[in-house]
Ligand binder design. Structure first.
Ligand code: NAI
Length: 349
């Protein structure tokens, strides 16, 4: 079914508020989830509300955090997230990074000890909308084998980038460093589908097409994605003095404890490197150039990175956001959560 942005935002905010988040924090989390659903990133939208509600209710999300921004140098800082909802801390930390980059050219801000922050595109777009280049990366719970291994070590450790062109159009790229997100395996299970043999491995570390056999995801493009997830873990974990690699907390392990995750925002002020107007023009030119490349057989048009999500968002703004009926009914209902997530093995059927 389709629902307007405003309606979806209100429903998510109400539910999270009922779970114990302040209205302000609930609204900020809803901003990020609606952004994801509107852009077609349904794995990080309203589908997560029940899990968040359970974690908030059980104390694993700090509902009255003591936020503190510590500027550690002219271009650097650490935002202490106090295990608040990651969306809230990551957003406020990005505001600090933007301010630093506006005055000092670049900013690198670590976001320390936070919960899950959702789709990173939201935060890099904050920077891009202020004329900055935004980059963000974060840790996530261990789900992927290191290249050639059988046991999990890294998370799906995503990376996002955004830069603004003319007419305020933003080019946004945002990806997990595994071939596929875990949500796609769950989707295949729910449909009793097989999966391609390059998404995941079974207990023995062998490729599997059976989504129920999955014991780990694989890095995208073998050793290259493996290297990228390592970089994300070093920059958003080790650099901030946080648990790293397989020591990163699991999403479902203990819903009463904070997750202590890390995220890193990098903001670049183009005016410190080139004429900012020319920068915008050339970002727009890049988007046009890519759209003009002759498409391969069977492809309608070459899209610039992230344009598929921009198209989804335009459609959502016009005709409403597509939401699974069950999720909508949950949001409307009085049910807060169904004890579905606590201590669940992430690979459980
Ligand atoms: P994806 O595979 O759906 O897309 C990756 C990128 O490719 C996107 O920027 C997308 O717009 C672009 N793209 C896809 N098809 C395209 C096409 N035909 N032409 C041009 N560009 C195209 O994304 P993925 O890897 O499934 O990640 C989904 C979301 O999950 C992201 O928002 C990410 O931040 C989030 N995530 C968050 C985590 C967290 O712990 N906070 C962990 C892992 C992922």
């Amino acid at each position: 079914m389709k629902v307007t942005r405003q309606k979806l935002h209100q429903l998510i905010q109400n539910k999270l508020n009922k779970a114990g988040l302040s209205e302000q924090h609930a609204s900020m989390v809803a901003d990020v989830l609606v952004h994801a659903d509107a852009r077609g990133i349904h794995s990080h939208g309203a589908v997560r509300v029940e899990y968040y509600a359970e974690r908030i209710s059980k104390g694993g999300t700090n509902t009255s955090p003591n936020f503190h921004f510590e500027q550690t140098g002219p271009c650097s800082g650490v935002f202490h997230g106090d295990n608040a909802a990651g969306h809230v801390a990551a957003k406020l930390a990005m505001d600090e990074a933007i301010t630093l980059a506006q005055t000092n050219g670049i900013a690198i801000v670590g976001v320390k000890k936070i919960g899950h922050s959702g789709a990173l595109s939201y935060f890099v777009q904050q920077a891009a909308k202020q004329g900055m280049v935004g980059i963000s990366l974060c840790q996530s719970d261990p789900m992927a084998v290191p290249f050639g291994g059988t046991g999990v070590y890294y998370g799906t450790n995503p990376i996002a980038f955004a830069a603004q062109g003319e007419d305020d159009k933003v080019m946004t790229f945002d990806m997990a460093t595994t071939v596929q997100a875990w949500g796609k395996i769950l989707d295949a299970r729910s449909r009793n589908d097989v999966i391609p043999d390059n998404w995941a491995v079974n207990e023995q570390g062998e490729p599997t097409t059976d989504p129920f056999e999955v014991k780990a995801l694989v890095p995208l493009s073998g050793p290259k994605g493996y290297g990228l997830m390592m970089m994300v873990d070093v920059l958003s974990g080790i650099l901030l003095g946080l648990p790293f690699g397989s020591r990163v907390s699991s999403m479902y392990n203990d819903l009463t404890e904070g997750r202590n995750l890390g995220q890193l925002h990098i903001v670049i002020n183009p005016s410190y490197f080139t004429d900012p107007q020319t920068f915008k023009q050339n970002i727009s030119q890049t988007m046009k150039d890519l759209n003009a490349v002759k498409p391969a057989p069977g492809v309608k048009q070459v899209l610039y990175p992230g344009q598929n999500c921009d198209i989804n968002e335009d459609e959502s703004n016009l005709n409403g956001i597509e939401i699974v009926d069950e999720i909508y009914q949950y949001l409307l209902s009085d049910t807060l959560y169904n004890h579905s997530y606590d201590h669940k093995d992430p690979f459980a059927h």
